[in-house]
Design a protein around this ligand. Structure first.
Ligand SMILES: Cc1ncc(COP(=O)(O)O)c(C=O)c1O
Length: 457
C-alpha cells in the first residue's frame, strides 16, 4: 500500500475553496508574487508549515473545556508538569507560548559574548537567539546531511569527531551548552539516531558541557529510531523517547509541532536552580511561571497532545504519509531531497527548472507556479530566503540550494489532498518550459522573504 488510510475519522470539517484561475492570477499580481502576502482563505491546500497548523483531537478539544484560567497554580499547569516528567523525565519545567521563548530564556541565561553553541543545525530562531546574546551558533551536521541525494538513514546526526575537536580546542567557559535538534528541521527534517544522541551526550559529560535537545519533533524522531536503528524495532516509541531524553540535561520545545497543539511550548531541565532563576526573568517577559503566556486551556491541549503523539498507529501513518507523498512525486519525475524527512518534502528546483538561472529564483518561480496551477502554497527555501545583495557591488549572493518545502500539517490533510498536490505538480511539470523567472522589485533590508515583491521576467 502506498498511501496508508488515516487512523482517524472526521468529526468536524472546515470548508476550503479553490479560487478561479482569474482570481489566482489577480491575487498573485497583487501580492507581488510573494505567497506570504496571499490570504489563507485564498489557498486551497496550505503546505506552508507544519508548525501550529495541526488538527486537535476530540480529547484535546474536550480538555480545552477543562481549562482553569487562574493566574497562579492552574490545574492544567500541574497536568503539563506531570506529562513532561512522565514523557521526557525532566523534573523541572516552565511553560512558554512558543518554542523561541524557551530558547530566549535559556540562552539569555547561559550564553555570553564569545560563547560557542554547537548543534547539528540550528533552526533560524535558535541561531538568532544564540547570536542575540553575543554567541556563535555552529552547525556540525554530518557530511551526508548536506548531500541531498545521500540515502543515509540518520542524516540529522551531529559529526562527533568535529564536536570533540571543538570541545578539545575551546576553553570550557566559552561552551555554555551544546544542542541537538530532533528532527533536524533546517536539514530537511532528517532524524538523529539514538547512538548519536548517546555519543554527543558522552562527549558533553566528558568535557562538562550541559547538553540540551530541541525537542520540537521528538516523537517523529523516535519513530525513525524504532524503524531504522538496529536493535530498536521491538521497543515502544515511549521507551525510546525516555531513553533519548535521559541522555540530556534539558530541552526546549515548541508544542506547535509534536505537541499537536496550535500554540505552546516549554523549557525543561534537571537543573532546579537554572529553572528557578529563569522563573524570575520569565515573569517580566512571558508571564507567571504556571501559565507562561498561555491560557489554562492551551496548557491542557499541549499536555494531552504530548501523550497522544506517542500513539504508534498515528506515527506510522504520519511519517508514512510524508514518505508516500515523496514516492508519488519521485514517481512523477519530480526531483526531491532524499530520503523524505518527518514533516515535509523538499523539491529541488534547480534540477526541476534547469532553464531558469539561479539569479532568477527558480524555487520562487515554482512556488508561484504551484499557486497559479492549483492554489497550493509551499515555501521557497533558496536564494530569496538565504541570499542577499552584496552591499558594495550590489551583485546577488545566492544560496547553496534552491528548494521548495511542502510541509504537511499534522492530521489536517487526507491522502487525497496530497494526491491532488501531486497532480498539480504533474501539470506544472508538463508545462515547465513556460515558467518564468522572477526579479525582485522591492525588498526590506532583513528577512526579505516575508515581504519582498517580485516581477515575472
Ligand atoms: C527545530 C525548531 N526549533 C525551534 C522552532 C521555534 O518554535 P516556535 O515557532 O514555536 O517559536 C521551530 C519552529 O518551526 C523549529 O522547527
Amino acid at each position: 500500500m502506498n498511501f496508508m488510510p488515516e487512523p482517524w475519522r472526521v468529526k468536524v470539517v472546515e470548508q476550503i475553496r479553490l479560487p478561479s484561475l482569474e482570481q489566482r492570477e489577480r491575487l498573485l499580481a497583487e501580492a507581488g508574487y510573494n505567497l506570504f502576502r496571499i490570504p489563507s482563505e485564498a489557498v486551497f491546500i496550505d503546505l506552508f508549515t507544519d508548525s501550529g497548523t495541526s488538527a486537535m483531537s476530540d480529547a484535546q478539544w474536550a480538555g480545552m473545556m477543562r481549562g482553569d484560567e487562574a493566574y497562579a497554580g492552574s490545574r492544567n499547569f500541574f497536568h503539563l508538569e506531570a506529562t513532561v516528567r512522565e514523557v521526557f523525565g525532566f523534573p523541572h519545567m516552565v511553560p512558554v507560548h512558543q518554542g523561541r521563548v524557551a530558547e530566549n530564556l535559556l540562552f539569555s541565561h547561559l550564553v555570553r559574548p564569545g560563547s560557542i553553541v554547537a548543534n547539528n543545525s540550528h533552526f533560524d530562531t535558535t541561531r538568532a537567539n544564540v547570536e542575540a546574546n553575543g554567541g556563535e551558533a555552529l552547525d556540525l551536521v554530518v557530511a551526508d546531511g548536506r548531500d541531498p541525494e545521500s540515502e543515509h538513514p540518520f542524516k540529522g546526526n551531529v559529526d562527533l569527531r568535529r564536536l570533540r575537536e571543538l570541545f578539545a580546542s575551546t576553553p570550557r567557559e566559552r561552551l555554555p551548552l551544546a544542542m541537538l535538534t530532533l528532527t533536524n528541521n533546517s536539514g530537511g527534517g532528517q532524524p538523529v539516531s539514538l547512538a548519536n544522541v548517546r555519543g554527543a551526550s558522552e562527549l558533553c559529560r566528558e568535557f562538562g558541557v550541559p547538553f540540551y535537545l530541541d525537542a520540537c519533533r521528538f516523537a517523529e524522531n523516535a519513530w525513525f529510531i524504532k524503524e531504522r536503528e538496529e536493535g530498536q524495532g521491538h521497543r515502544s516509541v515511549a521507551e525510546i523517547v525516555r531513553e533519548v531524553f535521559s541522555l540530556a540535561d534539558g530541552c526546549t520545545m515548541s508544542a506547535k509541532k509534536d505537541g499537536l497543539a496550535n500554540i505552546g511550548g516549554f523549557l525543561a531541565s534537571r537543573d532546579r536552580e537554572l529553572i528557578e532563576a529563569i522563573k524570575q526573568r520569565m515573569v517580566v517577559i512571558e508571564g507567571f511561571p504556571t501559565y507562561g503566556g498561555l491560557a489554562g486551556r492551551d496548557l491542557e491541549a499541549v499536555s494531552r497532545g504530548l501523550r497522544e503523539v506517542l500513539d504508534e498507529e498515528y506515527l506510522r501513518y504520519r511519517v508514512g504519509q510524508v514518505a508516500a507523498f515523496g514516492r508519488a512525486l519521485t514517481g512523477a519525475g519530480i526531483p526531491i531531497v532524499r530520503p523524505t524527512g518527518g514533516h515535509a518534502v523538499y523539491i529541488d528546483a534547480k534540477r526541476f527548472l534547469p532553464d531558469i538561472p539561479q539569479r532568477r529564483f527558480p524555487a520562487q518561480s515554482l512556488v508561484v507556479a504551484l499557486y497559479r496551477a492549483g492554489a497550493v502554497r509551499g515555501v521557497e527555501i533558496g536564494s530569496v530566503m538565504f541570499g542577499h545583495e552584496d552591499p558594495e557591488t550590489g551583485d546577488p549572493v545566492l544560496a547553496a540550494m534552491e528548494l521548495v518545502r511542502l510541509a504537511v500539517p499534522r492530521r489536517v490533510y487526507t491522502n487525497s489532498h496530497l494526491k491532488y498536490v501531486v497532480e498539480v505538480l504533474e501539470q506544472v511539470r508538463d508545462h515547465r518550459d513556460r515558467l518564468r523567472g522572477l526579479e525582485i522589485i522591492e525588498q526590506p533590508k532583513v528577512l526579505r522573504h516575508f515581504s519582498a515583491r517580485f516581477r515575472e521576467v
